[in-house]
Design a protein around this ligand. Structure first.
Ligand code: HEC
Length: 163
């Protein structure tokens, strides 16, 4: 009769192999390839104001609804540089000085790469922060009217860097 107790070693071995494989592929390999990214002329270094905006962007949770990934995909052409045009391609070097990198995969709102090319208006952006619903009825972007003027300016300075 097959006795499970006698084969527990195989089960443990299988588990360890699977677990090590998962650690190598999801943690070690990406970590090593990230360390190999060198800064180039393309690397973005934020000014103090842009950096402050970036902190607000993380603090206010913009990052949970907006990605910054230029993706191909016909259905999303409108979210790129201009309608039908993908714009400059983002390269790993671009992010070399960023920690954490805010590419994100969530997209409850539109992708914000090149957002400034699409909406290059401080007035529009500020009205949108005040009350998104007024500009885009039905949106689930919450209003950020409680942000101070300075916070909004910092945030806008950061949004202008996204590409
Ligand atoms: C709960 C999800 C959510 C959060 C949080 C959120 N947004 Fe949005 N955002 C959206 C949605 C949905 C839209 C599309 C409709 C609209 O314009 O309101 C949008 C649109 C935008 C747009 C216009 C983009 C375009 O291409 O039309 C900008 C800019 C923007 N958001 C910036 C921000 C910033 C900055 C924050 C943080 C202060 C933020 N969002 C937080 C969901 C969100």
């Amino acid at each position: 009769m097959f006795k499970y107790e006698e084969h527990l070693g195989y089960l443990l071995l299988g588990f360890l192999l699977f677990f090590s494989f998962a650690v190598v592929t999801t943690y070690i390999v990406p970590e090593i390839s990230a360390q190999n990214i060198k800064e180039t002329a393309e690397t973005v270094h934020y000014t103090d104001q842009q950096n402050a905006g970036r902190q607000i962007y993380m603090r206010e949770g913009c990052v949970w609804c907006h990605s910054q990934v230029v993706r191909t995909g016909e259905e999303n052409l409108a979210t790129f540089f201009r309608r039908g045009e993908i714009g400059s391609v983002t390269t790993p070097a671009w992010y070399a000085a960023q920690n954490p990198v805010l590419i994100e995969q969530h997209r409850r709102g539109p992708d914000l790469s090149h957002v400034w090319t699409r909406w290059p208006s401080i007035t529009w952006q500020k009205m949108h922060f005040q009350n998104p619903e007024q500009l885009n009825p039905g949106t689930w972007m919450p209003p950020f009217s409680y942000l101070s003027d300075k916070d909004q300016d910092d945030l806008l300075a950061y949004l202008q860097t996204l590409r």
